[in-house]
Design a protein around this ligand. Structure first.
Ligand SMILES: Cc1ncc(COP(=O)(O)O)c(C=O)c1O
Length: 337
């Protein structure tokens, strides 16, 4: 029996959608990461019960950290972007987490920079607060070890391709790292939006709304570029088609980064049917009802979509590109200081 709801929420489902195509489905992915990170901080004496943890978040990390703080008796202070919606704001308030939401800002880079600047101001006033730095501190890799163990147990020792959206890089990076540590043959496929510095797509703009949670306009230390074999870039429209098809065909109700990952996973599976392809579903579809699922009649047929193969970042083009990354280092704009 679980001791706290966060343990249940953090435990993913593994669903075989097709022969060789598996969905690793989380209700809220970062809960498993935040729980383990906070537990490590308490165990090492870096923080004590009653202390305040602070970080910046565009959504699911805020919820994850609030749950971990509730579980372990800590205070939680979030500097959130405008993507923190009414449902999450209300839950955070009742959970006792303090949310400071930034003014609306259409420039993502400016929004991310302003949030970091605001955290620095708060830390100057409260030097006793602990800054979690989800984008940089690899303490966020720890929680995925148990998930990797389970994946290993349930998918066997055969060749595996892991596909997932890259935001902070912790989930895909940690799962690949822990699986490879068991000497499994794992190919890692990262999924990106256009307009992100992380894998060098900042020069291609997606005219539609951004895919929450993946990509970045500033460098993140937790992305280990050398771990990735392949990268797919998907535009909003393609991700929408993926999310709608995933619900229609497999009854999995998940968000846009999952829809993008599902398309990439289908493609990788078709290209190399001998491998088991596991893709990550990081959150549920609730946040996307109006912007994605209500538009289901506009969705392209996934069978009609295919990535443009590119061999250099200058060739990237909407709505879907795929490139062999081959463990290349971070592009210059994505090197964390
Ligand atoms: C919906 C969604 N998908 C994928 C990711 C990427 O996860 P990670 O930060 O572990 O790279 C995030 C991170 O915020 C997310 O919110």
């Amino acid at each position: 029996m679980d001791e706290h709801i966060s343990e249940a929420i953090g435990r993913p489902d593994l669903i075989r959608l097709d022969d060789g195509l598996v969905c690793l489905r989380f209700e809220t992915m970062k809960v498993v990461s935040a729980l383990a990170a906070v537990r490590r901080l308490l165990d090492t004496g870096a923080v004590r019960r009653g202390d305040t943890l602070i970080d910046s978040s565009s959504g699911i990390y805020a919820y994850a950290l609030a749950l971990a703080c509730h579980r372990y008796g800590l205070r939680c202070h979030i500097v959130g972007s405008t993507t923190v919606d009414h449902t999450l704001r209300t839950q955070l308030a009742v959970l006792g987490a303090h949310l400071e939401q930034m003014e609306p800002c259409t420039d993502l880079k400016l929004d991310q920079k302003r949030r970091v600047a605001r955290i620095r101001e708060i830390l100057a006033d409260h030097p006793d607060y602990h800054w979690m730095r989800q984008y940089h501190d690899d303490i966020h890799y720890l929680g995925y070890q148990a998930v990797a163990d389970r994946l290993h147990r349930e998918t066997g020792a055969g060749a595996l391709t892991l596909v997932g959206g890259v935001g902070s890089g912790a989930s895909t990076g940690a799962l690949a790292h822990h699986l490879r540590a068991r000497s499994l043959e794992v190919r890692l496929v990262g999924v990106q939006p256009y307009g992100s510095v992380t894998f060098g797509s900042e020069h291609v703009a997606d005219p539609e709304i951004i895919i929450a949670g993946i990509g970045s306009s500033i460098p993140f230390g937790n992305v280990r570029h050398g771990l990735y074999d392949t990268v797919h870039w998907l535009a909003f429209d393609a991700a929408l088609a993926g999310s709608v098809d995933l619900l229609r065909r497999h009854a999995v109700f998940a968000g846009l980064s999952t829809g993008a990952g599902y398309l990439a996973a289908r493609w990788e599976h078709r290209n190399d049917p001998g491998r088991t392809v596991v893709f990550i579903a990081a959150d549920t579809g609730h946040r996307y009802v109006d912007t994605v699922f209500a538009r289901h009649r506009e969705a392209a047929r996934v069978e009609d979509l295919a990535p443009r193969p590119v061999s250099a970042l200058e060739e990237l083009a909407l709505p879907w590109s795929r490139m062999d990354w081959n463990g290349a280092p971070a592009p210059r704009a994505a090197v964390a200081a």
